[in-house]
Every structure is written in structure tokens, then in C-alpha cells.
Design a protein around this ligand. Structure first.
Ligand SMILES: C[S@@+](CC[C@H](N)C(=O)[O-])C[C@H]1O[C@@H](n2cnc3c(N)ncnc32)[C@H](O)[C@@H]1O
Ligand SMILES: [Zn+2]
Length: 911
């Protein structure tokens, strides 16, 4: 079988760079169509698809050309331009190799569609599916409808020019624009007047609300507004501030008032009334514990109150802020009355508002523990009114849309006509569906950036105390017009004249295709327990179902998104999901990999992307992969985060995803571990050299060694130990960890001095490089320790550098340890030396280094340097080390005495 380019090389740095940059692009980018969690970057999808579909040429010039094209086609700017030379060249290369038919490719876990859209852009015959109906709808927009209905028509709004030419426009985007405008103009006519400002030159951007509870101090009982912080515009020092009548913090109503202030000298706007869920009363200062606050929410004793208004002054083009007036409150009340009357009149079978239940997933759906247990409770009355009015108008307009389609689209076939009308309504439903994300009680006003933060800043629904209600009819912020314009530019950008796109709703565990059907499968399966897609997407599903369920019965037949076959590990988060265990994840993922193996042609290729922080998350995925019979032939770590962001957050989070290239080749029946181990080591070390040069670091480094290890391991159906027992993936991962840890330590210590470092200190170095100064799960720290021959359990407790809290391990720096009486290893000496250096106790420092034998030992200095290099700027230990290292030669110059305890130190490493 001929090698494909991806099985030889990839320009990792360029792909990673463009993949990371893409995260900041919104306008016209398909990811801005709608939220879908953990989308793959288009850049890495495009590059991996191209390099998987073309053979590795024999000649060096051709190889260079491919590498160059790969580097050039990853940037969004270039792809976004019409008629780009490199993109055309990429398509041509694929056409030349696949001269009889375009390659037929599949993504069975396609989510928001990043992978298939790139396959379609490159001219492939593209099949995609997902189990989740919301994901399928998103794929339909960009993959099916943008292609099928994105044909050109003469612009109906323009007359024929003198030259006889008529401007051509995209049918789908023209119709979506026209009908969204009609629908939303009708909505605005009906309810837009509920948003206005008494100043005619201003229009509200949004209203800031705070939830409220009553103080539980029996002598107080004041209303407490729950507020994280009081900033409105931090750069301009504008905040809102509680005011009290008179000296005493009391007034008759026991209800605090607010004023807008620029005087933040005697008032700290950062200090809200809620901190970590505990609430402080503004009147009596009593603290209500988080548990009490939750209880009040659960028994319906949490209310809310409009506090301030963010306006846009369109004469002076600036934001202004004011305390909510009686008129603002009155307008809200009026909108609420209209909502109630609509609810009274409603006689549909399905409730008008989404009263479906939210499932309480621990740590992911925290709203639940505050009594928010139904989806509709995430919206205030005016927000609900907007959504149901849009839904009402979409339904009203459907027959007119069909009529208009037949006039403008000239459809000969009745089915095509109906499909076109449904596609238009489907696209309009996304304008609707973006609204809950930008206008729910989960959105908050960010005073630092002066903008609204949307509901899904994270892959969760945390409790939000003070929220902003957007004016979708305004001119700034998340207005329906801005949302529409963005969707239109995505529809226009996604037309590649490729009619060979096929989107279906299907579980990847049972695909409706015959054997050996696909030339390639590119996919990004769920990552273990990372994202509860089905549960999160219910937030959108409940509205979409009410709006377009009639037109898409196959997608919206169930009360909530289907969950039964979703591949995810959730049993640790919810009692209702006791069947969704780790084993369930592994079995179902196995089934889907077996399906990939089945539908792939014998000479086909598959690229499977995976990312997970924990070894456990990897173990299950690798078991599934091995079960399927797919053989890994190459693997590439691709950064998807900007390095600066990781550094800024000081996070040890993974920045890379691993792209594993797999083939359907026959495997050898049995391999012997003793023979395979040296091959695994050799392959890993070889690849790690490359990854080290590419700047892969931290937790990503070990993860990036997994693929090369699998390249050897997966060649066998079974790998046996001498005892005849099979080698488990857990044992394989342990070995990979040892190889990668040794590699790191050798690299960091630059020369052969690693042999002089004791095991504990080696572990300390590997930990700092991998996890910086972050806490990690016990299990991962234990595995890292055992790679250095250290038994972690023996290490916490008295005087050591390990602290265990719950299931987490924290490796202490010198300041956290305090005094160290009897240093037992190199790390103890280093910590003690740093503390002495900080206090300026130079003699004691010289004495310590001399007594321990380190004053003349280059390994010690090298070790200190390696730790300093591993830590990030701003870290205290790094600062101490840098200072200490500047003068280290001064403290180590004195001739060492022969101390009596030096022999003890030699046992653990001192030479
Ligand atoms: C990591 S995401 C894919 C993201 C996608 N590559 C993108 O860029 O948007 C994994 C997807 O698998 C889907 N999924 C989970 N279980 C599934 C199953 N049994 N069959 C098909 N899809 C499933 C989820 O709904 C989710 O969209
Ligand atoms: Zn009180």
C-alpha cells in the first residue's frame, strides 16, 4: 500500500499557528453560525484531509511543493479569498490522484461540521453525520443547503443594467435575508416598543438584573441583591454602587438603592455581594452560606430585580449607563402582561414555553442546585416573550415562503420547492437559536471589556447572579440584525459548488453504509467525559423543536435530544445516568471504530482526532481503537490554543489534540513485549525529538508520545508478556510515560547529569515541566512519579514537597514548604538554598551547598536551571531561582568541607 503524505510529515508549526489563530475569527467563519462545543479548527482539518488523500511523492521537489501548499492553505484569510492559487492547486492535486471519481469521505461524529466542510471545500464527495439533531441541523446549513440552494439568481431588487447585465446573488442568502427581515420586523412591530429609552438619542443595549434573596438574620430581613462585582466600564472607572438613606444602613423597605458612580476611591467595585456562592448582606453584613442560598433558590425564595441600563448614545457614538427608571420597569411589566395573555390564550398540544426538565449533571449544570430545573426558568418574561413571538411569526410565514420560493427559485420539482422552503426556514431558525445563547439569564455584563458574555462561555451552565438582558432590537451588541448578517456571510462563504454532500442523523455505532464504501474517514469522536453534548444542546433544542419541529420531524420527534446512544461517560456526574459508565464509553466507542473499519475500503485511510487530559481518558480510547483492528501508522500533535493564552492563564491544560492516522492493514497475531519495547522506545524517542523542536511542551508532550507508541503496539492483535498474559493499554501508557519522562529529564538537564539526580528530584522536575505549579489528579501524578521510580503514597505528610487534598496532588515550592531541617534529596537542598538566599543568609547558604557536596557539582546548577526554565514568568519559585542562579558561583566557590551527613545525600544522588 502506498504511503500518503501524512504518513511521512506535516508542517506542524504552521498548522498549529493557524489553528490557534482561527479561534479569534468570527465574521464569516462557520464556527460563528452557532455554538457547538470543542469544534475542530478548519486549518488543521483542511491540512490533514489534503495530506491524507495524496500519495507521498518520490521526488524531493514534489514533496517540497506539498509541504508549501499545506503551509499556505491553513490560513483563514487565504482560503477566504476567491480563486486562491494554493487552494486551487490543492484541489488539483486531489483531482489528479483521484482521477476516476472524487474521494468519498465520511465524518460520523461531525458536530458543527468543521471536518466535512473542509472535505467539501477540497472537492470530496462528503458524507457526515452526528447523533445529535442540533449538530445535524448545523451541518445541513453549511454542507447541504449552502451547496444545493446557494445557486445564483438575478438580484430581484435590481433592474437590468444598460449593458444588459443583471447582478447575480446567492438564492439562499437572499431568501434568508428577506424572510428573516419580514419575520423580525413583524416581531419588532409587536414587541419592540418594550425596549426604549426616555432620551430619544439613546437606545438600550441591555438591562442589568440581579437575583435577590432575603437576609436570614431575623433582625434584618433585608433584600440582598446578588452581585458578583459592580463595574460597568472599568477602563473609565464607571460602576454602580449601593446607597443607603442616612448614616444608619437602614431604610424602611430594607431594600438598597443604587447610583452610578465614578468615585471608586472609597468603594471597591470588585467586591460584590457574592463570593464563591456565599452571600453578604449589605445592611447587616451577615454572611449566608452557599448551602442556605441554594436552599432559598430551591424553595422558590429567589427573586430578581432590574438595576441598571446600558445604553447606546448614537449621536455621540458611546455607551452610557443609568440606574433603571420607573419607566424601564414599567416597560418590562407590560411585556410580562403580554406574555401572560399569550400563555392564557395558548391551546396547542405542546406547552408554549419549554417546561422540559434540565438534568442535574454535577458541576456542569449548577443552575439546577439553585432550583432552576426547567429550561424556561433560564429566561425572564421579556426574553421568553421574544422567543415565542419569533416562533409564532416563523410559523405564520411558512406558506408565504413556499410561494415566494416558487416565484424566485423557478423550481420545477415540487419536492425541491418544499425542500428549499424548509431550508430557508431552517436557516432562519438559527437566527432564533442564537438568541437564547446571547439573551438568557446566563449572560453577564463584562465591565472590563464592556460587552455581553454569552450563556455558554464554558461547556456548562453555571449559576449566574447578576445577568444582562439584551435588547435584540437595538443597534449595538447581540441584535437580531447582527446575528442575521453573520449567518448570511457564512451561508455565502460556504458555497463551493459541491453538490456531493450528504448529511444524515445517525449513531456512529451503526452506520447505514455498505462495507468498503469510503476512501477515507476523518473524525473527532467524543472525548470521554469532557462534554455532555446532548444535555447542553437541550438548551437550544427545546426552542428549535417548537419553531421548526413540524418541518423536520426526523430531527425533532423526541421531547429532548436523544441521549441513549450518546457516547459519553457521565455516571460519575448523575444518578440518572448510572448506565453511562467508563465501560459504556469504551464499548460504544469500540462499536463506532469497528464501523469505521467496516465502511473503509481496504486501501482506505482514517484520521481520528483525540484529546484528553487524563491517562484514563486515553486508556479507554486506545482500548476501543485496538478492538477495532485499525492500525496506527502516524500521529501528529496539533496545537489548537494560542500559547500566550495558556501562559496568561498559567494553565496546565492541554493545548494539543492528537491526530492519529490509521489504516486497515492486517495485523500480526502476536507480538512479544520484550521484543517490542525497544522498538516502541526507539520510535517514541525519534518522534519526540521532532516534537521537542516544534515546541510541544508540558502535558502535551507525554500525550504526543502516545501515537508513536501506538504505531508499534497496534501492529499486533495481541502483545504478550513472558507470562503469556496480554499487555494492557494501561501498561503500554505506563511505559510510554517512562520513556517520555526520561527523554524530558535528559533534555532539560542537557548533559548526562540526569544520572546524578535522585528519583524524587527527577519526579519534581518532570512534574514542574508537565504541570507547572498546578494541582493535578492523584492518579496522573502517581503515574508520573512511578515513571521516575517514586512511590507517591510514601511522600506526602511530614516535611516533604507533596500535599494531597482530596483527589488532588499539589507539589509544593520552597515558600509553601517553609523550613526544611534535614534535606534528604536534591530538591530539599534546592528549596532550602532558595529560602536562605531570599533571607540574604549567604554564609549559611555556602555552608549548605558545601556540606551537601553540591557546591562542586554541575548537576545541581543544571537542575536548578532546568526547574527555572520549566516554570512560567511570574512564578515565585522561578523568580527565586533566577536570582539565586545569578550568584550561584559565589556561594559554591568555597572549598567543600567533608560533612558527616554528605554520605547520606550520596545515597540519593550526590556523586
Ligand atoms: C468532539 S465532537 C465533534 C466536533 C466536530 N469535529 C466539530 O468540529 O464540531 C463529538 C461529536 O460526537 C457526537 N456523538 C456522540 N455520540 C455519538 C454517537 N453515538 N454517534 C454519532 N455522534 C455522536 C456528539 O454529538 C458530538 O457532536
Ligand atoms: Zn441583613
Amino acid at each position: 500500500m502506498k504511503k500518503r503524505y501524512i504518513e511521512w510529515d506535516l508542517p506542524l508549526a504552521d498548522i498549529s499557528n493557524d489553528s490557534a489563530k482561527e479561534k479569534n475569527i468570527r465574521k464569516g467563519h462557520p464556527s460563528a453560525l452557532h455554538i457547538w462545543w470543542a469544534r475542530r479548527p478548519l486549518a488543521s482539518s483542511r491540512a490533514t484531509i489534503l495530506s491524507s488523500l495524496i500519495d507521498l511523492p518520490g521526488n524531493e521537489n514534489d514533496k517540497r511543493e506539498i509541504s508549501n501548499i499545506l503551509k499556505k492553505i491553513t490560513s483563514w484569510d487565504i482560503v477566504n479569498k476567491d480563486n486562491n492559487y494554493y487552494l486551487n492547486r490543492a484541489k488539483k492535486l486531489i483531482e489528479e490522484q483521484w482521477e476516476n471519481h472524487p474521494p468519498r469521505i465520511l465524518d460520523p461524529f461531525a458536530g458543527g461540521g468543521s471536518i466535512p466542510i473542509e472535505a467539501a471545500r477540497l472537492g470530496c464527495d462528503t458524507y457526515s453525520s452526528d447523533y445529535n439533531p442540533v449538530a445535524v441541523l448545523l451541518q445541513m446549513v453549511i454542507l447541504e443547503w449552502a451547496q444545493k440552494f446557494g445557486f445564483n439568481i438575478p438580484n430581484p431588487k435590481k433592474k437590468i443594467g444598460i449593458d444588459g447585465e443583471v447582478e447575480k446573488i446567492n438564492f439562499l442568502s437572499y431568501m434568508v435575508e428577506k424572510w428573516t427581515n419580514r419575520i423580525f420586523n413583524d416581531v419588532e412591530k409587536e414587541i419592540g416598543s418594550f425596549f426604549k429609552n426616555k432620551n430619544e438619542n439613546s437606545i438600550p443595549i441591555g438591562y442589568i438584573w440581579a437575583r435577590t434573596i432575603q437576609c436570614q438574620n431575623p433582625n434584618c430581613r433585608a433584600e440582598i441583591p446578588l452581585i458578583r462585582q459592580f463595574w460597568l466600564a472599568k477602563k473609565n472607572k464607571i460602576a454602580y454602587k449601593p446607597v443607603f438613606q442616612g448614616e444608619l444602613k437602614t431604610n424602611q423597605e430594607k431594600k438598597v438603592n443604587f447610583e452610578i458612580t465614578k468615585d471608586v476611591k472609597n468603594f471597591n467595585p470588585e467586591e460584590g455581594t457574592v463570593s464563591r456562592g456565599n452571600v453578604k448582606c449589605l445592611f447587616c453584613d451577615q454572611i449566608l452560606k452557599v448551602k442556605q442560598v441554594r436552599k432559598l433558590g430551591q424553595i422558590g425564595k429567589m427573586d430578581e430585580r432590574m438595576i441598571a441600563v446600558v445604553n447606546y448614545d448614537f449621536i455621540n457614538n458611546r455607551k452610557t449607563f443609568e440606574i433603571a427608571s420607573e419607566m424601564d420597569k414599567e416597560l418590562f411589566k407590560n411585556s410580562e402582561e403580554l406574555l401572560f395573555s399569550k400563555l392564557d390564550k395558548w391551546d396547542g398540544i405542546e406547552s408554549l414555553l419549554p417546561d422540559e426538565e434540565i438534568v442535574n449533571l454535577k458541576g456542569r449544570m449548577n443552575v439546577f442546585i439553585y432550583g432552576i430545573t426547567k429550561w424556561e426558568q433560564l429566561f425572564n418574561s421579556r426574553q421568553k416573550l421574544i422567543l415565542i413571538t419569533i416562533i409564532e411569526k416563523i410559523k405564520e410565514k411558512y406558506s408565504e415562503i413556499i410561494e415566494d420560493c416558487s416565484k424566485i427559485g423557478n423550481f420545477e420539482d415540487k419536492k425541491d420547492l418544499n425542500d428549499a422552503a424548509s431550508a430557508i426556514v431552517g436557516c432562519i431558525s438559527l437566527v432564533l437559536s442564537r438568541i437564547p445563547d446571547t439573551n438568557s439569564k446566563g449572560c453577564h455584563w463584562d465591565g472590563s471589556w464592556e460587552k455581553t458574555c454569552t450563556t455558554f462561555a464554558r461547556q456548562a451552565l453555571p449559576m449566574n447572579w447578576d445577568y444582562i438582558e439584551s435588547n435584540i432590537f437595538g443597534i449595538k451588541g447581540y441584535t437580531w440584525k447582527n446575528i442575521l448578517n453573520n449567518i448570511l456571510s457564512i451561508i455565502n462563504n460556504s458555497n463551493f459548488d459541491n453538490q456531493s454532500t450528504h448529511v444524515i442523523k445517525s449513531s456512529a455505532t451503526s452506520l447505514p453504509y455498505e462495507n468498503d464504501f469510503f476512501d477515507a474517514v476523518f473524525t473527532d469522536p467524543p472525548y470521554y467525559d469532557n462534554i455532555p453534548y446532548a444535555n447542553l444542546s437541550d438548551f437550544f433544542y427545546v426552542w428549535l423543536k417548537r419553531a421548526i419541529g413540524n418541518y423536520y420531524p426526523d430531527l425533532f420527534s423526541t421531547p429532548l435530544t436523544p441521549k441513549k446512544n450518546e457516547i459519553v461517560y457521565l455516571s460519575h456526574l448523575c444518578d440518572d445516568y448510572q448506565d453511562r459508565t467508563k465501560e459504556f464509553f469504551e464499548t460504544e466507542l469500540s462499536k463506532s471504530f469497528i464501523e469505521i473499519h467496516r465502511v473503509l475500503k481496504p486501501e482506505g485511510i482514517s484520521v481520528i482526532v483525540y484529546a484528553h487530559k487524563t491517562t484514563e481518558g486515553w486508556e479507554t480510547m486506545l482500548n476501543s481503537l485496538i478492538n477495532s483492528g485499525l492500525v496506527v501508522t502516524a500521529s501528529w500533535p496539533i496545537h489548537t490554543e494560542l500559547k500566550s493564552r495558556l501562559i496568561a492563564s498559567g494553565s496546565a491544560a492541554l493545548a494539543s489534540s492528537i491526530y492519529m492516522v490509521c489504516r486497515k492493514t492486517d495485523r500480526e497475531k502476536v507480538g512479544f513485549y520484550s521484543e517490542i519495547k525497544p522498538l516502541i522506545r526507539e520510535r517514541i524517542e525519534d518522534k519526540l525529538q521532532q516534537f521537542w523542536k516544534e515546541g510541544i511542551a508540558g502535558g502535551d508532550f507525554f500525550i504526543s508520545a502516545i501515537g508513536p507508541g501506538m504505531e508499534i503496539f497496534s501492529k499486533y492483535e495481541r502483545v504478550e508478556k513472558l507470562s503469556g498474559e496480554p499487555v494492557t493499554t494501561s501498561e503500554l501508557l505506563e511505559y510510554i510515560r517512562t520513556v517520555s519522562t526520561n527523554f524530558i529529564v535528559d533534555k532539560l538537564l542537557k548533559d548526562s547529569s540526569s544520572t546524578k539526580i535522585d528519583n524524587e528530584s527527577e519526579f519534581y522536575l518532570a512534574y514542574r515541566w508537565t504541570y507547572l505549579d498546578n494541582e493535578v489528579e492523584y492518579d496522573d501524578a502517581r503515574k508520573l512519579a512511578s515513571a521516575s521510580g517514586v512511590d507517591l503514597e510514601k511522600m506526602w505528610g511530614t516535611g516533604g514537597f507533596i500535599r494531597k487534598t482530596g483527589s488532588k496532588i499539589f507539589v509544593l515550592g520552597p515558600k509553601e514548604r517553609g523550613s526544611i531541617d534535614k534535606p534528604k534529596n536534591m530538591i530539599d537542598v534546592m528549596h532550602k538554598a532558595l529560602l536562605l538566599w531570599e533571607k540574604g543568609e549567604k554564609d549559611k547558604l555556602s555552608q549548605l551547598l558545601s556540606e551537601t557536596g553540591y557546591s562542586q557539582d554541575p548537576a545541581f546548577k543544571q537542575f536548578c536551571q532546568a526547574i527555572a526554565e520549566s516554570l512560567l514568568n511570574g512564578n515565585k519559585e522561578k523568580q527565586l531561582l533566577e536570582g539565586f542562579l545569578i550568584g550561584i558561583d559565589l556561594y559554591t566557590r568555597s572549598k567543600p568541607t567533608t560533612p558527616k551527613d554528605q554520605t547520606d545525600l550520596k545515597q540519593f544522588g550526590g556523586s
